[in-house]
Design a protein around this ligand. Structure first.
Ligand SMILES: *[C@@H]1O[C@H](CO)[C@@H](O)[C@H](O)[C@H]1NC(C)=O
Ligand SMILES: *[C@@H]1O[C@H](CO)[C@@H](O)[C@H](O)[C@H]1NC(C)=O
Ligand SMILES: *[C@@H]1O[C@H](CO)[C@@H](O)[C@H](O)[C@H]1NC(C)=O
Ligand SMILES: *[C@@H]1O[C@H](CO)[C@@H](O)[C@H](O)[C@H]1NC(C)=O
Ligand SMILES: *[C@@H]1O[C@H](CO)[C@@H](O)[C@H](O)[C@H]1NC(C)=O
Ligand SMILES: *[C@@H]1O[C@H](CO)[C@@H](O)[C@H](O)[C@H]1NC(C)=O
Length: 395
C-alpha cells in the first residue's frame, strides 16, 4: 500500500546516490563507543512517564495523557490527513473515514473500542481518525530488536523504533515530518492495577496497542513489521467483510503484556493466534535461554528461533527481514548490528553497550524515533528519543 510503494521509491533514489558515491556509503560508521548515558547537543531529555490505571473504565483511562498531548496529536493527525488528501484530492476519503469508518470496522475487541472512544472525546478528534491513526501504526513500524544473554545468563532486550512513512521531508534540517511529529508524542506508560505495575511500555500517545514493553520480573516483548505479499491489507479486507477472527497485531502484544503470566504462555499465544498482518514478535523471559524471534504469517508461525547459549547463540537480532533471507541490500541493519554485537562480545554486553550498537548508523537512521533498553530481572526500563545527524541514511 502507501508505505510500500513509497519505500520502493526511496530505495530507488538511494540506489542512484549509492552508484554515484563509489566508496563506503557515508551513512555507515564504525561501531560506536561510550554513547551511554546519552548527553550532548542531540540529547532531548527524558521521555515523560504517565500512569495508566487499568482499574478505571477503558473510556476514562487515557484522559490525563490525552489532555496533555491533544495539541501534538492534532498536528500529527493533520499531517496524516494531508498525506491521504494528496492521494485522493477531493477530501472524500477523509469524509468517509470520519463518517463511515467506525461503522464499517465494527466493534474492536476487549478494552480497545472504549479506549479509542475515550481518546476521541478528550482530543475532540473524530473517532474514525483515531482508529486510522491506530491502524497506521500496525503498518509502518520498521525496527531493530535485540535480545542478548551475558555470561551469567542475564537477559537484556533492546530496540530502536523506526517509524516509516516516507512522506513529507523538512528541507530546513533534513528530517521526516512524521518522524519528528512522533517525538513529542512518545511516552513511557506504567500500566497499573491496584496501584501496582502490571507492565511498562513505550508508545505514541493516542495509540492503544503496545509494541514495546516489559513485565518486570517476567517477560519483555517487541514487535517488528514484516513485509509480505500476503500482507495486512488482506487482513483488513477480511475484517471489513465480516471475518473478525484475527487479532490486530498491536492489540495482541498489548494483551500479552497485560495478561500473560509466563514466558511460555506468551510464546504460545504469539505463535498460535491468528493475526491481521504478518509480524515478527521478539520475546524475552526471565532466565537463561528464554528469548525468541517468532516469524509470523497471518495464520501461522513460520519459525521460532531461540537463544541457545550452550551452542554459542547468545544473541538474537531481528530487523524487518526473515532470518533465512538476505536483507535488502540498501536496508541492511542486521549485519552491522551483529558485527557490533560480535565485537562487543558476550562478556561485555550491557545496557550501555547495547545503546552504543543502537546508536551506530545505519542501525540509527533518519526514521529512528526512540531507543528502548529493558532489563527484566532488574526491572530497569529506559527510553530515549533519537536524532540522526547528517550524514545519515533515510531508514
Ligand atoms: C526539524 O524541523 C522540524 C520542522 O521545523 C521540527 O519540527 C523538528 O523538530 C526539527 N528536527 C530536528 C532534529 O532539528
Ligand atoms: C491507589 O493510591 C491512591 C493514592 O495514592 C489511593 O487513593 C487509592 O485508594 C489506591 N487504590 C487502590 C486500588 O489501592
Ligand atoms: C486482560 O484481562 C482482563 C480480565 O479478564 C480483561 O478485562 C482485559 O480486557 C484483558 N486485557 C486485554 C488487553 O484484552
Ligand atoms: C520467572 O518467570 C516464571 C514464569 O515464567 C515465574 O514463575 C518465576 O517466578 C519468574 N522468576 C522470577 C525470579 O521472578
Ligand atoms: C558474528 O559472529 C558469528 C559467530 O562467530 C559469525 O558466524 C557471524 O558471521 C558474525 N557476524 C558478523 C556480521 O560479523
Ligand atoms: C571487555 O571490557 C573490558 C573492560 O573494559 C576490556 O578490557 C576488554 O578488552 C573488553 N573485551 C572485549 C572483547 O572487547
Amino acid at each position: 500500500m502507501l508505505g510500500r510503494s513509497c519505500l520502493t521509491f526511496v530505495l530507488l533514489a538511494a540506489a542512484v546516490t549509492c552508484a554515484v558515491a563509489q566508496n563506503a556509503p557515508p551513512w555507515t560508521e564504525d561501531c560506536r563507543k561510550s554513547t551511554y548515558p546519552p548527553s550532548g547537543p542531540t540529547y532531548r531529555g527524558a521521555v515523560p512517564w504517565y500512569t495508566i490505571n487499568l482499574d478505571l473504565p477503558p473510556y476514562k483511562r487515557w484522559h490525563e495523557l490525552m489532555t496533555d498531548k491533544a495539541p501534538a496529536i492534532r498536528i500529527m493527525v493533520n499531517s496524516l490527513k494531508n498525506v491521504v488528501n494528496a492521494f485522493v484530492p477531493s477530501g472524500k476519503l477523509m469524509q468517509i473515514v470520519d463518517q463511515k469508518l467506525p461503522g464499517l470496522l465494527g466493534n474492536f475487541p476487549g478494552p480497545f473500542e472504549e479506549e479509542m472512544k475515550g481518546i476521541a472525546a478528550v482530543t475532540n478528534i473524530p473517532l474514525g481518525e483515531i482508529i486510522t491513526f491506530n491502524i497506521f501504526y500496525e503498518f509502518f513500524t520498521i525496527c531493530t530488536s535485540i535480545i542478548t544473554e551475558d555470561k551469567e545468563g542475564h537477559l537484556l532486550h533492546a530496540r530502536n523504533m523506526d517509524f516509516g512513512i516516507f512522506l513529507g521531508w523538512n528541507v530546513n534540517n533534513n528530517t521526516w515530518t512524521i518522524t519528528e511529529e512522533l517525538k513529542p508524542l512518545t511516552v513511557n506508560l506504567d500500566f497499573q492495577r491496584n496501584n501496582k505495575t502490571v507492565f511498562k511500555a513505550s508508545s505514541f500517545a493516542g495509540y492503544v496497542g503496545m509494541v514495546t514493553g516489559f513485565k518486570p520480573g517476567l517477560l519483555s516483548l517487541t514487535l517488528n513489521e514484516r513485509f509480505s505479499i500476503n500482507g495486512g491489507y488482506l487482513g483488513i479486507l477480511e475484517w471489513l467483510l465480516g471475518k473478525k477472527d484475527a487479532m490486530w497485531i498491536g492489540f495482541i502484544t498489548r494483551l500479552v503484556l497485560e495478561n500473560s503470566t509466563s514466558y511460555e504462555e506468551a510464546k504460545n499465544i504469539l505463535t498460535k493466534t491468528k493475526i491481521m498482518a504478518p509480524a515478527y514478535f521478539i520475546l524475552g523471559g526471565n532466565q537463561s535461554g528464554e528469548g525468541c524471534v517468532i516469524t509470523r504469517d497471518r495464520k501461522e508461525s513460520l519459525d521460532v528461533y531461540e537463544l541457545d547459549p550452550k551452542q554459542g547463540r547468545w544473541y538474537l537480532v531481528e530487523t524487518n527481514y526473515d532470518r533465512w533471507k538476505n536483507p535488502l541490500f540498501l536496508d541492511d541493519r542486521r549485519t552491522p548490528t551483529k558485527m557490533c554485537l560480535n565485537r562487543t562480545s558476550q562478556e561485555n554486553v550491557s545496557i550501555a553497550t547495547l545503546y552504543d550498537i543502537l546508536s551506530t548508523k545505519p542501525v540509527l537512521n533518519k526514521l529512528t524515533v526512540f531507543t528502548t533498553l529493558m532489563d527484566v530481572t532488574k526491572g530497569q526500563y529506559e527510553t530515549y528519543l533519537r536524532d540522526c545527524p547528517d550524514p545519515c541514511i533515510g531508514w
